[in-house]
Design a protein around this ligand. Structure first.
Ligand code: 5GP
Length: 194
């Protein structure tokens, strides 16, 4: 079975379908390697803790952490704000309480920065826990949507204002396991009269 056939089988959902590939797997891999090298140079001799924002950041963090040539710690926080393709405007954070980051250099690893609301919430929460330094690494960055400007130190790709899935990003908990980033077109956007 070829990759294309498999992808075609997975490409539809009752509420929409995959429209096109935005970033292929090879391009993702190369950029993650570059980010890893940059972070390795910047954090040499520091006590680096990667804080992965779940669920979307899971694949990016797994690959990025292995591209960083330092004994970094990896921690996980769950952040929820989206329902379907729309942000709810409310961010819920879980698993912050157990984090041991006081006096350590924390790099927040996020799948995508959209409005920036999630980052504001997580930044505040981690700052309160006494991190020595805080920075953000986002795989994707939707510049046009940014309602809450925030300094993102490492950006994988700046992308257009489209809803994307794959490499950790979901629509309704589907498509996280696509190896590339694809544009997802909700059914309502394709057929507004229906
Ligand atoms: P923000 O708080 O910056 O508006 O949104 C960040 C979170 O919203 C991301 O971590 C992600 O979970 C979700 N999100 C924003 N844009 C997209 C998108 O295009 N696709 C998917 N699957 N999730 C998105």
């Amino acid at each position: 079975m070829t990759r294309t056939t498999s992808l075609e089988r997975r490409s539809s959902h009752p509420h929409g379908r995959l429209e096109r590939t935005l970033i292929d797997a090879e391009t993702l891999e190369e950029r993650v390697r570059e980010l890893g090298a940059e972070i390795t140079a910047d954090y040499a001799d520091r006590d680096l803790v990667l804080v992965c924002l779940l669920k979307g950041g899971i694949y990016f963090t797994a690959d990025l952490s292995r591209a960083i040539d330092l004994p970094a710690a990896v921690e996980f926080v769950r952040a929820r704000s989206y329902a379907g393709t729309e942000s709810s405007g409310q961010v819920q954070l879980s698993w912050i309480d157990g984090l041991d980051i006081a006096g350590r250099d924390v790099l927040i690893v996020e799948d995508i920065v959209d409005t920036g609301l999630t980052l504001i919430e997580i930044w505040r929460a981690l700052e309160e826990k006494g991190a020595a330094s805080l920075a953000i690494c986002a795989l994707l960055y939707k510049e046009k949507r940014l309602a809450h400007p925030f300094p993102v130190r490492y950006i994988g790709f700046a992308i257009e204002d489209v809803f994307v899935v794959g490499y950790g990003l979901d629509y309704d908990e589907r498509f996280r396991n696509l190896p590339h980033i694809a544009v997802f077109q909700p059914e309502s956007a394709r057929s507004p009269s229906r």
